[in-house]
Design a protein around this ligand. Structure first.
Ligand code: NAD
Ligand code: UD1
Length: 371
């Protein structure tokens, strides 16, 4: 298939592009590089021996989207592009609604006008909010508690409405739990900008010496060791879920939703100790107050994904931390810094007045189209 991957230069996108190439698909990436480096795609090419073509463009620019769809006429779209920091979404909700909701609306309009109706969308377990249970099933009421989560909820609703309007739409909504880890080669991985918000990148930056200490947000939760429990999912398992969902969508219309997690929770302390074993290093930590908005414990019920799309997670916590460590220890500062000469001349998102959307780093992909 010819597949357009929005946000394909990012963390989860690049791992999915890798699997798509390995499966023999023709892959095109549409990304404004606001939170990613094209170096990720160079490395994917190095691992797979095949290339994804990068189209540098912004979802907020309908013309750019139209150009790409007119040129490519893809068979399907996998839609990762979006902003994802919960704290930032509280401070800048309009930026989040614009990028995530308007961006997706633009994408759907471009798809429809070019007769492309198969879509896999990156949703999040955060759409459930505080569900009052620890094991989340897809039929729980969606009730996100922060602007980021609500953008995902609104897009999910929009996708349901669109699919309700006509059988031509074949849509999957994947509700990711906590993606972590890296490709086993250690060549691609998560490369957050600034201070990481999430546990795994923070621990790995402490382990590699970039940060002095991990702060554990609360040890008085009603969990076995008092620290928060989450369902960590290896990014390669998560990437595989997209291929399974895509295959299902080919024969099934509607807007389907599946939890993508292992079905098993790990505490902060368990993750910390697993990381110490994998890295052979002590990881200093201090116990601090709970982080506002955090829940004690939740994990996925992944039964539906297993039954309907034949997907289940294969990798456990030890593999997640080992792969994370391989990536972090061999790339302590993430992807290399930009050579300004290689940056695209124009940043379309900047013309749109979107702050913080300058390309993060760029070292020049093998084949790039500037829209
Ligand atoms: P990421 O930031 O690494 O990747 C997102 C990519 O989208 C980046 O390459 C960025 O440059 C691009 N992008 C952002 N806005 C764009 C726009 N307007 N036009 C074109 N490109 C744009 O994030 P990720 O961790 O790979 O997440 C991918 C998706 O999965 C996101 O939608 C995110 O909300 C969702 N998700 C992530 C997690 C997680 O913990 N990583 C959890 C649940 C859901
Ligand atoms: C967070 C987001 C969620 C998003 C998910 C993606 C919040 C409130 N929620 O969820 O919307 O979908 O990331 O993976 O931000 N922890 C520490 N110290 C740290 C960092 C985290 O103790 O420095 C703890 C947290 O309290 C939590 C666990 O580690 O118990 C996991 O935290 P994190 O990785 O941020 O994920 P979530 O809170 O599950």
């Amino acid at each position: 298939m010819r597949i357009l991957v929005t946000g394909g230069a990012g963390y989860i996108g690049s791992h999915t592009v890798l699997l798509l190439l390995e499966e023999g698909h023709e892959v095109h990436v549409f990304d404004n590089l606001s939170n990613s480096s094209p170096e990720a795609l160079n490395r994917v090419a190095e691992i797979t021996g095949r290339e994804a073509r990068l189209h540098v463009g912004d979802l907020l620019d309908q013309r750019q989207l139209d150009d790409v769809f007119a040129e490519l006429k893809p068979d399907a779209v996998i839609h990762f592009a979006g902003l994802k920091a919960v704290g930032e979404s509280v401070d800048f909700p309009l930026r989040y609604y614009r990028n995530n909701v308007t961006g997706t609306l633009n994408l759907l309009e471009a798809m429809d006008s070019h007769d492309v109706h198969t879509l896999v969308f990156s949703s999040s377990a955060t759409v459930y909010g505080d569900a009052g249970v620890v094991k989340y099933r897809e039929d729980l009421k969606l009730d996100a508690v922060n602007p980021y989560g609500r953008t995902k909820m609104h897009v999910e609703q929009m996708l349901e409405d669109v699919a309700g309007s006509s059988d031509k739409w074949h849509i999957a909504r994947l509700r990711y739990f906590n993606p972590v880890g890296a490709h086993e080669s250690g060549r691609i991985g998560e490369d957050p900008t600034g201070i990481p918000n999430n546990l795994m990148p923070f621990i790995s930056q402490v382990a590699v010496g970039r940060r002095p200490v991990l702060r554990i947000f609360g040890n008085d939760y009603a969990t076995p060791d008092g620290t928060g429990v989450r369902d960590y999912i290896h990014v390669v398992d998560l990437a595989a879920a997209h291929l399974a969902a895509l295959e299902y969508c080919i024969d099934h219309s509607g807007a389907h939703a599946w939890n993508i997690g292992t079905g098993h929770g790990s505490s902060v302390m368990e993750v910390l100790h697993a990381f110490e074993r994998a890295s052979g290093r002590d990881i200093p930590f201090e116990l601090v107050d709970r982080r506002p908005g955090d829940l004690a414990e939740y994990y996925a019920d992944p039964t539906l994904a297993r039954e309907e799309i034949g997907w289940k997670a294969e990798r456990g916590l030890e593999e997640m931390v080992a792969d994370n460590w391989r990536w972090q220890s061999t790339n302590p500062d993430g992807y290399p810094d930009a050579d300004p000469a290689d940056l695209p001349d124009t940043d379309p998102s900047e013309e749109d007045g979107v702050k913080g959307s300058k390309p993060k780093r760029a070292t020049g992909p093998n084949e790039t189209t500037k829209l």
